[in-house]
Design a protein around this ligand. Sequence first.
Ligand SMILES: Cc1ncc(C[n+]2csc(CCOP(=O)(O)OP(=O)(O)O)c2C)c(N)n1
Ligand code: SF4
Ligand SMILES: [Mg+2]
Length: 301
Amino acid sequence: MVAIKDLPREEYIELGHAACAGCGATIAIRHALKALGDNTILTVPACCMSVIQGLYPKNGLCVPVLNTAFMTAGAAASGIAAGLKYMGKDKEINLMAWAGDGGTYDIGIQALSGAAERQTNFIYTCYNNEAYGNTGMQRSGATPYGSFSTTTPTGKMQHRKPFARIMAEHGIPYTASISAAYPRLVYETYSKAKEFVGTRYIEIHTMCPTGWRYLTWDTVEMGKLAVDTGVWIMWEKEGEEWRFLGRSKQIAEGKVKRKPLMDYLKPQGRFRTLIKNPARVEEFERGIEREWKILKQRVEC
Ligand SMILES: Cc1ncc(C[n+]2csc(CCOP(=O)(O)OP(=O)(O)O)c2C)c(N)n1
Ligand code: SF4
Ligand SMILES: [Mg+2]
């Protein structure tokens, strides 16, 4: 693992960007861009990042950005990729779409799936804060079971979609599921992903104090608790090979015991109603076990 002192000094996200204090998405993009460098073009659909990166007349990111409509990240990137290829610059420029979970799991899946099926040459990042943050926290397909959102006031009744697995099954060369709580892993994942040609899908669990309702200074702790309790699983698929990553690997190999789920649920206001209902907490646990079981089968085969 790269040492902190060896991370590039260059910064591509400006001080004074417009994110909430404690926003995990800024940790994620900061370290992703350190890996990709200034030869990068971003396309960002409507989401928190389109606010973070620049409320007119300011600019929060130091790379060119094409802002697009909510559902179009995959389509916009496909257009840019075609343009870069035509100009013979597709090998020297990293193209990245950076979209939220709503813009990916829900309204953006069609354009993204099409782009992946065409093996469009780009990195697609879904930064997953588990709700529609930009518009005040409505539920998305990524919102966890039992979580409060403004459209699920008594707790969501469905489990989240296994979206990174859905993308991996497109047969793309690289897929990863990581967390912003591990910035060096973010850096290493992008350093690796940029070496592949074709569609690469990276999903980052990005802690969101505003939506998840915990104290801003607990952001990294909250991301680590998601991994330690097994709620969020870190893994990658390179070619046909599936692997667990970091702490999730230690859990899968039995070197570390998973922490109790309540350690993660209790500090977050969004689970306040859920934790009063043991039957629903058990259902939450069943969803976690199901995902671990499927991923373990993938890693072993
Ligand atoms: C077609 C369309 N519907 C609704 C909106 C309003 N809108 C803008 S951002 C957003 C939520 C984005 O959620 P997500 O993709 O999860 O990103 P986040 O804001 O959480 O970072 C919505 C509903 C829109 N811009 N376009
Ligand atoms: S709402 Fe959440 S994801 Fe959006 S800027 Fe604030 S902390 Fe970040
Ligand atoms: Mg979101």
